[in-house]
Design a protein around this ligand. Structure first.
Ligand code: C6P
Length: 411
C-alpha cells in the first residue's frame, strides 16, 4: 500500500502557502512536482559530472555518457521496449509526435492516404497530422466520442479503411480522463496495414505501460508529467520502422562520416539525436523512473483510483456542477474536468486559487474536443501520487465556497 502522506514529504514545493492558505496542487495533468531525489540527481550531475556525451574520453565525459545511456535503459524497462535502440530522447510528447509525423510521414504517407485520430486529442496529436495531411494530400479523419464520454469503437471501425496509413490516439485523455483501448485500436489499425501511434503523455506517469503487449508502433510521452524535469521526453518506435526512417534534424552527434557532399548516420537510437542532448534532463528522468518504480506504477494507479472513488461522487453531488467524461468512478482517471453552472471556469479557477487550490481552466489544448462537447472551456482538477483525501476535501470545500461567493453569477 502506498502512503501519499509520507511521499508528500519528498516534494518541498508542496509545503508553502498560496494566498495565505496551504497549497493544494491539483494541476498535475499540466505538470507534476519534482521529488527531492530528482532535484538531487540534477544538482549532482551539474556539480560533479557535467560534460558532453559520446565525445570525450575524459572521466567526466565517460560518467555523463554512462548515466545518460543508463537512463535510456531505465526508460526501456519502464515501458518494456524490446531494446534501448527503440528509445529516443526528445524534448517531450509534442516533439515526439512531430518527429513521427515528419519522419514516418515523409517516408510512408502518400496522396489519398488517411490519417485517423479522434475528437479527444490534444493539439499536439492533431496539428502535426494536419500539416502532414496538407503536405501529402492525405485526409485527416476523426473518431467520435460516445455520449457517456468513451471513444466510440464502432465509429473507430468505420473510420479505419484500407487507405488508413496512421492511427494516432491518446492513451489517456487530458480532459475526459478516460483510458482508451489501445491494444484493440492497434489490432484494428494493423488489420488495415496502418501503424498505431499512441500519445501517452497522461498514461505513463499514472499506470503500468507495456508497449510490446499493447503492440503499438510508436509511443510518445513527457518527463515533466512524471516527476522529471521539463525539456525531456521520449519517443518509442519499433526498430522495423525507425530503421527505415530518416532523422528529423541533422548535425553533430548523429553522424557516422561526413564527406563534402554526403554523410552517413550513426546507428539507432543516436541517428535521431542531433546536437548536444538534454543530458541532465535525461539522467534526472532516469531518477524519476527509479522513484516511480520504487513506489510501483500499479500502486500509483490504485491510489488515484481510490481518490477518484472518493471525490467524484462528492463533485457529482454538487448542484450545478457538470463533470465531463465517464461518470462511473471505475472508468474515470484522476483527471476531472468540470464546470459550475453560470460561472466562467477562469473565475472558478481564480476563486479556487484564493483558497490555495491550484487547478487549470481553459480549453486544455483540446479545442476540437471542447467544440464537440459544445463548451467553450472547463476547469480541471488532476490528481497524482502525493495528493490525499484531505486535498480532495479542500477542493470540494473550495468549490462550495466559490459557489456561495458567486451566488448571483458572473455570466
Ligand atoms: N497537456 C495539459 O495541461 P508536452 O507539452 O509536449 O509535454 O505535452 C503535450 C501533451 C500531449 N498530449 C497530451 C494528452 C497532453 O496532455 C499534453 C500536455 C498539458 O493538459 C499541457 S497543455
Amino acid at each position: 500500500m502506498m502512503n501519499a502522506e509520507k511521499l508528500r514529504q519528498d516534494f518541498p514545493i508542496l509545503f508553502q502557502e498560496v494566498n495565505d492558505e496551504p497549497l493544494i496542487y491539483l494541476d498535475n495533468a499540466a505538470t507534476t512536482q519534482k521529488p527531492k531525489q530528482v532535484l538531487k540527481t540534477l544538482n549532482h550531475y551539474y556539480e560533479m559530472n557535467n560534460a558532453n556525451v559520446h565525445r570525450g574520453v575524459h572521466t567526466l565525459a565517460e560518467r555523463a555518457t554512462k548515466d545518460y545511456e543508463e537512463a535510456r535503459e531505465k526508460v526501456r524497462q519502464l515501458i518494456h521496449a524490446k531494446e534501448t535502440a527503440e528509445v529516443l530522447f526528445t524534448r517531450g510528447t509534442t516533439t515526439s509526435l512531430n518527429w513521427i509525423a515528419k519522419s514516418f510521414g515523409d517516408a510512408f504517407v502518400k496522396k489519398g492516404d488517411e490519417i485517423v485520430i479522434s475528437y479527444m486529442e490534444h493539439h499536439s496529436n492533431i496539428i502535426p497530422w494536419q500539416q502532414l495531411a496538407k503536405a501529402k494530400g492525405a485526409t485527416l479523419k476523426y473518431i467520435r466520442i460516445t455520449d457517456d464520454g468513451f471513444l466510440d469503437m464502432a465509429d473507430a471501425k468505420k473510420q479505419m479503411t484500407d487507405k488508413t496509413a496512421i492511427v494516432s490516439i491518446a492513451h489517456v485523455s487530458n480532459v475526459l480522463g478516460v483510458i482508451n483501448p489501445l491494444k484493440e485500436l492497434a489490432e484494428l489499425a494493423h488489420a488495415h496495414g496502418a501503424v498505431m501511434v499512441a500519445d501517452g503523455a497522461q498514461a505513463v506517469p499514472h499506470m503500468p505501460v507495456d508497449v510490446q503487449a499493447l503492440n503499438v508502433d510508436f509511443y510518445a510521452f513527457s518527463g515533466h508529467k512524471m516527476c522529471g524535469p521539463t525539456g525531456i521526453g521520449v519517443l518509442y518506435g519499433k526498430r522495423e520502422w525507425l530503421d527505415q526512417m530518416e532523422p528529423v534534424e541533422f548535425g553533430g552527434e548523429m553522424i557516422d562520416f561526413v564527406h563534402l557532399q554526403e554523410s552517413t548516420w550513426k546507428e539507432l537510437p543516436w541517428k535521431f539525436e542531433a546536437g548536444t542532448p538534454n543530458i541532465a534532463g535525461a539522467i534526472a528522468l532516469g531518477s524519476a523512473i527509479d522513484y516511480l518504480t520504487e513506489i510501483g506504477l500499479t500502486e500509483i494507479h490504485q491510489h488515484e483510483a481510490e481518490l477518484v472513488a472518493y471525490v467524484l461522487p462528492k463533485l457529482q453531488a454538487i448542484e450545478g456542477l457538470t463533470v465531463y467524461g465517464p461518470q462511473a468512478v471505475e472508468a474515470h482517471t484522476g483527471v476531472i474536468a468540470f464546470n459550475l453552472e453560470g460561472l466562467h471556469p477562469h473565475d472558478v479557477a481564480t476563486a479556487l486559487d484564493m483558497e490555495g487550490v491550484a487547478v487549470r481552466a481553459g480549453h486544455h489544448c483540446a479545442q476540437p474536443l471542447l467544440n464537440y462537447l459544445n463548451v467553450p472551456a472547463t476547469a480541471r482538477a488532476s490528481f497524482y501520487l502525493y495528493n490525499t483525501k484531505e486535498d480532495a476535501d479542500r477542493l470540494v470545500e473550495a468549490i462550495l465556497a466559490t459557489k456561495e461567493f458567486f451566488k448571483h453569477g458572473t455570466i
